[in-house]
Design a protein around this ligand. Sequence first.
Ligand code: NAD
Length: 483
Amino acid sequence: MKIAVAKGDGIGPEIMQAVLNIFDANKVGLEYEYVDMGKWVFDKGFSNGMTPDAQKSIEELGILFKGPMETPKGKGVKSVNVTARKTWNTYANKRVFQSLHGVDTVFSKAGINIDITIVRENIEDTYGGIEHMLTHDVALGRRFITRPGSNQVIRYAFEMARQKGATRITCGHKANIMKLTDGLFLECFYEIAKEYPDLKSDDKIVDDLAMQLVVRPDQFDVVVMTNLQGDIISDLCAGLVGGLGFAPSANIGDHISIFEAVHGTAPDIAGKNIANPTALLLSGLAMLRHLGYMENAAVIENALLYTLEQGVRTGDFGDRSKTAMNTSQFADAIIANFGKMPASNARPMLANTPFTPAVCHLDRNPMLVTREAQQEKIVGVDMFIESVEQPEVIAKKCVHHGGTKFKLISISNRGTQVWPTGSRYTNLVNQYNLRFETLNEMPLTQQDIIGLYVSLSPDFKVCSLELLNMWDGKRSYLLAQGQ
Ligand code: NAD
């Protein structure tokens, strides 16, 4: 079977070589097609950080094993890592954090065993990078949480939890504050949970989750989260088991999957052959299991665990009184330990059942839609304007703009209502939200909204607008703080 391999930037080529040497020494039956991705590809003028040939190979092979890649700073280019995950819809980011014997942490010293799998939504949320400066002082980012996107990752998490033999699955969220976005994710979680009565499903507000993970990490099993919160919490979990050098990552999609370490290119130690290849090796082992190379994965992982138990280390971890090995020596030590079993957490030896992923060739982009609203009506609009005037002055100016169709309901600044009621102690920035609603409960049209925009424009610069809809009698927007 052939997979695409991108060596990456910084320490990428060194740790990738170490891992592939381990695979080859264990006679894993994989062929590698090396593809061009990373900073040097950006530098050659490919704005997405990969060549068209690389994209074609990855789409044909369906599996990408990649080293870390650098995002050039300040050139307006997006991260190739994020682009790859989004382009190929690898919607579930799975990260396994397990205590490793030989990697001392405060928890291992206290005899607390950690085995947490974080499944992070990988495509949506603020990672869409849809951000605008509304005024010189005000930046606005859009956060997309969708029902189909949430369903995909949550269903993956439940299936994976069942396969893993997990007993508990927890949804981390902030739905108490972000009621529509995180609220939708949480709603999808409990909807899907009904299909998995064998698993204990619960939820935790993300700040409480962070605290609980630090205080009692052994109470968690599988945790599923939205993208940004999952990004932060998964690095916290990496810290619980010894740092980024031990954090693998699998980006799973329906057609293409990407396996990589969580850490970056480590420019401070690049080219010195001293980086720790363990995180990339663990990611590679997840890839071998994903492809059915169960026996190879078990032999290599047991050798890795045995090696760690012997106190063998690279410079970033372990007993500082022992000499650190370099990257290739560390890989050789693992190879020399093939066939050895660790004293704790030995992986079961299952037979190889390799399979080639069926990469179906798509001639159109899949459209994911769940259910359309039966009844939809526009009942108002939020007009985001630039102004340095006081709220009551703005309100006065708006009186004649409403005409026969709209009434001004509230004015808010950074989400806090400042008119018709509010407080003089609310600091203002030069960007307001004027909320207009329909005057006579009559549904509004898009032309009505444009009419209001045109009417407001001589008095205010309208930076952005958002429709206020009612779907099947339910409000599709939140009230401002204090409204
Ligand atoms: P980093 O993870 O590269 O480094 C943070 C610290 O951890 C450094 O001190 C580094 O030496 C150490 N470190 C990381 N991996 C190590 C390893 N395998 N062995 C030993 N020590 C290791 O994070 P950063 O410095 O914030 O990012 C550097 C670059 O990597 C940036 O351009 C960033 O965009 C990129 N990055 C890429 C990915 C990815 O490809 N998935 C992920 C994160 C960061």
